[in-house]
Ligand binder design. Structure first.
Ligand code: BZD
Length: 821
C-alpha cells in the first residue's frame, strides 16, 4: 500500500527542481551526493505538512508531552527510514528508477548522524520512533554535536580514530529555528539581594554566557502522519562578530567568545559506560538542559498554562544521570525566575522528573568534584546543597542515628556530587532496563534507596523498533512475513509474529526462511569483500559479535575461543569442524587502552587464521571496520549466531540481542540483561546458554574473586591459548604485545582482581556451548526451526511495547491523531 498523498510525478519534478536550484544540474549530470540531497529535500517537503499538522493537533488537544532528555540520540540514516515510515519506500524507489537512479545507492550517500555511543543512544532513537508511531506527542532534547562518534579505521590491526564531520555536506532533514534561541550562563558568582519583604533574590554575576540555537529533526511515525521533533542545540557566541569592532580589542574578544561557544558542542565524548569527569562534559550537560528546560517552560506559558500546572503537561524522562542537572535547573527556573516557593517548586519538579538507570558498573557512575561543579554552575550547586540538606533530613527522620546510611545515600559526599543520588532523590520514578537489571538495582546497587522509597522503582525492559531493524534492514524477511501472515500489521504490532510459530513444522517455510538468511549472508559477504577484501563462505556459520568494545562484554572470551578452535584444527586435522566465520565489529573509546589491545588481538588472529591454507578456509575471522547503525542493519540480517556473552550482572539489558533475534539469529549468551527474557520467550532449547549466573558472579566479587591459575594449571587447552598471548604467535614474534591482556587474566600488575570479568572461569562452559552450536547447525532443519522460532518469539522486544509501559506506569500521556484537514 502506498500513501496516496505522495504523487510520483510531482515528486520527480520536485527532485529535478531541487537539483536545479541547489546545484544548477539535471539528473544526468548530478553526482550521487547531489541526488541524495535533492531527493531528501523533496522528502522533507512532504514531511513539512504533516509536521505542521502534528504541532497544531498537539496544541489543540492540549496534550501532555514527553520530553526525553538525552546526551545521545544515535538516529542512524534518515532517508530510507523516513520513506519506510511514510510508506513510500517502494514508490520512491520506482520514481527514482524511472529517472535512472538507484535508491539504495543514494541511501549510501547519507552520513550516519552518529550522535551517540552505543546502546543508550540507540535506545533513545528507537523510543522516538515508537513514540511517533504510537501517536504520543514527544520531544527528544539533545546536542547537535559538530563531530559525532569518531569514524574507525583499522590500520595494521590498530584502531585509528577519524573525526566524524557528519555535517560536511549539510544535513537535509534538519531545520534551524533561531527564533527559539536561549541564553545559557556559566560561572561567575551569586549575589544575594533582599526585597522589601526580605525575600532573597539570587543574582548571577560575572558569568560567561552562550546562545543555544535550536535545530529540529523530524521524527516520523509509521503510517500515521505524525511527526515529532528531535530538538538538538547548537552553541553560538552572544557577542556578534561586528565589523565595526575590527580595530578594537573587541575583535579578539569576539573571536574568543566564538571559540568558547563553539567548543561546547564540538564533540561527543566517545566513552560508553565510563565516567571521565571532564569539565567540558559538564558544560555540555548544563548547556542542553538549561536550553531545553527554558524553552519547555516558555512553550508551556505560551500555550496558556500556569507554571503550577506543569506536571500535568510535561514529563522529563532523564536518560541516565547525564541530564540530571535538569532537577536543579528546573528548581532554579521555578524558584528564582518564576518566584515559586521551594516547596511548590519541589512538588512540581518531583512530579515532572523520572530517571532511567542503564548501568551498575561503578566506573560509569557520575560523581563530579564539588570545586569544579560549583565553579561552573554556582547557583545550581547552591540548589543541590539545599536538595541534599532536605534529603539528608529525611534519611535522619527515617533512620535516626544511622550516620552510615546518610553517608551512603547523601547527594554530596567526600567532595563530590553524586548524580545518581540526585536523580533518585528528585525523580518520582527510577527504572532499570531489563528485569534482572532492575532486581540487581533494587537488591544490590541501590538497596538503600529501594528500602526507603520502594514505590519509585520499576522495570522497563528495553525494546527496539522493528521499522528500522526488520522492515528497513531486512526487506526480504519482511516481505516473507507479510506473505505468510497475510498482513503488514506486524510493523506496528510485533506480537503478531507469534503466528509464524506453526511454520516451524513446515519444511517448505523453513527452507524459504533459510533461503532468505542465505541471501542476507550474500549481501554481507559482498560488503566484507568490498571493505575487508576477505572472501567468506556463505555456507559457513556466521557467528557475530557486534557492539561497543568493553571488557565486560567479553570480546576477549570470543577471540580466545577462536584461538582455541584454531589450535584444535591444527592438532586434530582428522576431526570434522563445521565451517565458521567469526565476525566482529566494535569501537573502543579512544582512551581505553585495554579495549584497543583487544581490537589489535582480534585483527592479529584474523591475519594468522585467514592466511593459513592448512585449515582449508574452515575458519575465518573478520573485523568489520567502523561498526555503526547503517552497517549494523546489514549485519543483523545476515547473522546465524548472536554472541551476547557479557559477564552475568554487567550488561544492563543489551538491545543488539533483540535485533539479532528479530532477524532469526540464535542467541549464544549468558543469563545477563535481557538475554534472560529472550530465553524466556523463545525457550531455552532455542538458545545456547552458558556461564556463571549473576548471583555467582556477585558472590565471587564479594569474596575477592577466584584463582585463575587453577584453570591455567588444569586445562592444557586454555593454557596453550594463554601462552600464545606471550609467545609471539599472534604478535608477529613480539612477545610483549599482549602481555597486558595475559596479566589481566592471571596476575594484574595494578593489584586489581585477576580475571575480573571471569573469562577463564566461563571458558569451558562457553566452549561446550560453542560445540552445541556446531552440532545444532549440522542438523539444518533443527537450526532452521530454532532460527524461525527466534523471529516468531521476538514480539515482546518491540520498543512499542516498552513505550506503552512507560506511558502506562510513568508518563500517563495520551495519543493524538493527526488527520487530514
Ligand atoms: O544502555 C547501555 C547498556 O550498557 C546496555 O546494556 C543497555 O541495553 C543500553 C540501553 O539501555 N549503556 C550505554 O550504552 N551507555 C553509554 O553509552 C554511556 C555513554 C556515556 C556515559 C555513560 C554510558
Amino acid at each position: 500500500m502506498f500513501d496516496t498523498r505522495f504523487d510520483k510525478k510531482k515528486f520527480q519534478t520536485e527532485i529535478q527542481e531541487n537539483l536545479k536550484n541547489l546545484f544548477r544540474k539535471s539528473v544526468e549530470d548530478a553526482s550521487s551526493q547531489e541526488l541524495f540531497q535533492a531527493v531528501s529535500f523533496a522528502v522533507k517537503e512532504v514531511i513539512m505538512d504533516d509536521w505542521m499538522k502534528t504541532k497544531k493537533t498537539e496544541k489543540k488537544e492540549e496534550s501532555k508531552v514527553v520530553v526525553y532528555l538525552s546526551m545521545e540520540f544515535l538516529v542512524g540514516r534518515a532517508l530510507g527510514n523516513n520513506l519506510i515510515n511514510m510508506k513510500n519506500y517502494k514508490m520512491v524507489e520506482e520514481a527514482l528508477d524511472e529517472l535512472g537512479v538507484d535508491l539504495n545507492a543514494l541511501e549510501d550517500e547519507e552520513r550516519d548522524p552518529a550522535l551517540g555511543n552505543g546502546g543508550l543512544g540507540r535506545l533513545a532513537a528507537c523510543f522516538l520512533d515508537s513514540l511517533a508511531t504510537l501517536g504520543y506527542p514527544a520531544y527528544g532534547c539533545g546536542i547537535r554535536y559538530r563531530y559525532g562518534m569518531f569514524r574507525q579505521k583499522i590500520e595494521e590491526g590498530y584502531q585509528k580514530e577519524i573525526p566524524d564531520d557528519w555535517l560536511m555536506n549539510g544535513y537535509p532533514f534538519e531545520l534551524r529555528r533561531p527564533e527559539y534561541t536561549q541564553e545559557v550562563r556559566f560561572g561567575g558568582n551569586i549575589r544575594v539581594e533582599h526585597d522589601e519583604f526580605n525575600n532573597a533574590k539570587f543574582i548571577q554575576e560575572n558569568y560567561q554566557s552562550v546562545n543555544a540555537v535550536l535545530y529540529e529533526i523530524p521524527i516520523i511515525g509509521y503510517n500515521n502522519h505524525m511527526v515529532n521533533s528531535l530538538c538538538v542545540w547548537d552553541a553560538e557566541p552572544i557577542v556578534n562578530f561586528r565589523l565595526d569592532s575590527f580595530d578594537s580589542g573587541d575583535y579578539y574578544k569576539a573571536v574568543e567568545q566564538e571559540n568558547v561557544a563553539r567548543n561546547i558542542v564540538d564533540v561527543l565524548y566517545p566513552n560508553d559506560n565510563h565516567y571521565a569527569g571532564k569539565e567540558l562534559r559538564l558544560k555540555q550537560q548544563y548547556f542542553f538542559i538549561s536550553a531545553s528546560l527554558q524553552s519547555a517552560l516558555k512553550a508551556l506559558k505560551e500555550r496558556g498554562y500556569a507554571v503550577k500546572e506543569m506536571d500535568k503537561k510535561i514529563i522529563f524522562q532523564m536518560n541516565d544521570t547525564h541530564p540530571t542537572v535538569a532537577v536543579a535547573e528546573l528548581m532554579r527556573l521555578l524558584v528564582d525566575e518564576e518566584g515559586l516557593s521551594w516547596e511548590e517548586a519541589w512538588g512540581i519538579t518531583s512530579k515532572c522528573c523520572a530517571y532511567t538507570n542503564h548501568t551498575i558498573m561503578s566506573e560509569a557512575l557520575e560523581k563530579w568534584p564539588i570545586d569544579l561543579f560549583s565553579r561552573l554552575l554556582p547557583r545550581i550547586y547552591q540548589i543541590i546543597q539545599e536538595i541534599d540538606r532536605r534529603f539528608v533530613e529525611q534519611i535522619h527522620q527515617r533512620y535516626p542515628g544511622n550516620e552510615e546510611k546518610v553517608r551512603r545515600m547523601s547527594i554530596l559526599c567526600d567532595g563530590q556530587v553524586r548524580m545518581a543520588h540526585l536523580a533518585i532523590a528528585a525523580a518520582f520514578s527510577v527504572n532499570g532496563v531489563a528485569r534482572l537489571h532492575t532486581e540487581i538495582l533494587k537488591h544490590q546497587e541501590l538497596k538503600d534507596f529501594y528500602e526507603m522509597m520502594p514505590e519509585k522503582f520499576n522495570n522497563k525492559t528495553n525494546g527496539v523498533t522493528q521499522r528500522r531493524f526488520l522492515l528497513h534492514a531486512n526487506p526480504e524477511l519482511s516481505n516473507w512475513i507479510t506473505d505468510k501472515l497475510g498482513t503488514e500489521d506486524f510493523a506496528t504490532n510485533l506480537e503478531l509474529l507469534e503466528n509464524l510459530k506453526p511454520l516451524a513444522d513446515n519444511d517448505n517455510a523453513l527452507s524459504e526462511f533459510m533461503g532468505i538468511k542465505r541471501k542476507n549472508k550474500e549481501r554481507l559477504a559482498a560488503y566484507i569483500k568490498k571493505h575487508n577484501n576477505i572472501e567468506v563462505d556463505v555456507d559457513s556459520i556466521f557467528d557475530v559479535q557486534v557492539k561497543r568494545l568493553h571488557e565486560y562484554k567479553r570480546q576477549l572470551l570470543n577471540i580466545l575461543h577462536v584461538m582455541y578452535v584454531y589450535n584444535q584444527m591444527k592438532e586434530h586435522p582428522e576431526k570434522s569442524y563445521y565451517k565458521r566465520t567469526y565476525i566482529f565489529g566494535a569501537k573502543a573509546s579512544a582512551g581505553y587502552t585495554r579495549a584497543k589491545e583487544i581490537i589489535k588481538l582480534i585483527n592479529s588472529v584474523a591475519e594468522v587464521v585467514n592466511n593459513d591454507r592448512s585449515i582449508n578456509g574452515k575458519l575465518k575471522v573478520v573485523f568489520i571496520e567502523d561498526y555503526r547503525v547503517s552497517n549494523a542493519e546489514i549485519i543483523f540480517a545476515a547473522a546465524d549466531v548472536s554472541e551476547q556473552i557479557s559477564t552475568a550482572s554487567k550488561e544492563a539489558s543489551g538491545t543488539g540481542n533483540m535485533k539479532f533475534m528479530m532477524n532469526g539469529a540464535v542467541t549464544l549468551g549468558t543469563m545477563d540483561g535481557a538475554n534472560v527474557e529472550i530465553v524466556e520467550e523463545v525457550g531455552r532449547e532455542n538458545a545456547f546458554i552458558f556461564g556463571l549466573s549473576s548471583e555467582e558472579v556477585i558472590h565471587f566479587e564479594k569474596n575477592g574473586g577466584y584463582n585463575p591459575w587453577d584453570i591455567y594449571n588444569q586445562d592444557q587447552d586454555i593454557r596453550k591459548v594463554l601462552d600464545q598471548l606471550v609467545d609471539g604467535t599472534y604478535g608477529n614474534g613480539d612477545k610483549e604485545l599482549y602481555r597486558n591482556i595475559y596479566d589481566s587474566l592471571l596476575s594484574p600488575k595494578d593489584g586489581s582482581m585477576a580475571d575480573m570479568y571471569f573469562i577463564l572461569k566461563d571458558f569451558a562452559s562457553y566452549r561446550d556451548a560453542q560445540e552445541q552450536v556446531d552440532a545444532a547447525y549440522r542438523d539444518q532443519k533443527r537450526w532452521a526451526k530454532m532460527a524461525l522460532l527466534n523471529t516468531a518469539s521476538c514480539g515482546k522486544f518491540s520498543s512499542d511495547r516498552t513505550i506503552e509501559e512507560y506511558v502506562a506506569d510513568i508518563w500517563h500521556s495520551k495519543k493524538i491523531k493527526v488527520g487530514e484537514e
